[in-house]
Design a protein around this ligand. Sequence first.
Ligand SMILES: [Zn+2]
Length: 371
Amino acid sequence: MGIKMATGLVYHELCMWHDAGNVSSFVPTGLQVQPDRHAEEPETKRRIRNLLEVSGLLGKLELIQPEPAEIAQIARVHPQSYIDRIKEKSRSGGGEVGLNTFIGNEGFDIARISTGGAISVMDRVLDGRVRNGYALVRPPGHHARPDEAMGFCVFANAPIAIREMQKKYQLDRIAIVDWDAHHGNGSEEIFYEDPAVLTISLHQNNLFPIGSGAMSANGAGRGEGYNINVPLPPGSGRGAYEAAFERVVIPALRAYRPQLIVVCSGFDACGLDPLARLMLHSSAYATLTRQLMHCADDVCQGRIAMVHEGGYSRALAPYCGLAVMETLSGIRTKVTDPFDEYVSGFGGQDLQPHQETIIEEARGLLKKKFA
Ligand SMILES: [Zn+2]
């Protein structure tokens, strides 16, 4: 191979114009809650893109313009009545469409671009125009249920894109690794009885949605064994994540041999995030990315497509994003993360016994399907 293929980046400014609603963090404002920024605001994501530019990496990436997802593509996951409901709300000025979830005026079309971004990045990876890629889109998607918007998510971006890829490329094994701090409940539900999609979610135990993401939820019917939850205790950091990857995520992927690895990527597992209590840092995200790449090189010609989910630290999310993009592209920039030494030094970054208990229990799940 003489030509080293580039890493793709999907970005569209209209995604940043998505209006997540007038709330304080994620609760509605009122007489007792002063209006403030929504946690899922554009600036966190825009700052990721801006740091890529300032670092010089942006110019070395293959920039991918997303097309809005077609209604027929969205309808493979969401019923038409749900799509119509989102469209009507969007056409009448916007408003609340689900738990903690708002959409602005014309937000329907922005949400379609976000979903289209997930489709574009997977398509480019599979047709070989890029080696791997990242869709930096919003609104996010991993909480969206077929007929219910929730957790800032409107359309199930990654699952819709996966359905499109299955059809276009006749794939029968795709894996989702969801490292967002919250449980990927939407992806879990959509593929719960489907062995053609292995869903793995690492998340803070019982963070959001409440009561969701237990290890006992392991898939059903023909999909039994093909949904793996690793509910990590609050305070989990680099050691817990690396152990979970080495003992659960990577062995599951190697046994399943997906034709494409999709990462639902949230940077809210970082140590400065306001919405979660985990302790990752940019160099830890780089390590996890490297582990996935080694595995992907062995099982699916390196095909990794990442789709952005959460991540609410305006300060640290950009450096986590840069670390992932540097690793995916194999290009180191001169930018160093000024927070990395600080967060990586937090107490308890090494694997703790109570975390190991959970990870070992999750490893036990693999024996049923993948031993
Ligand atoms: Zn999240």
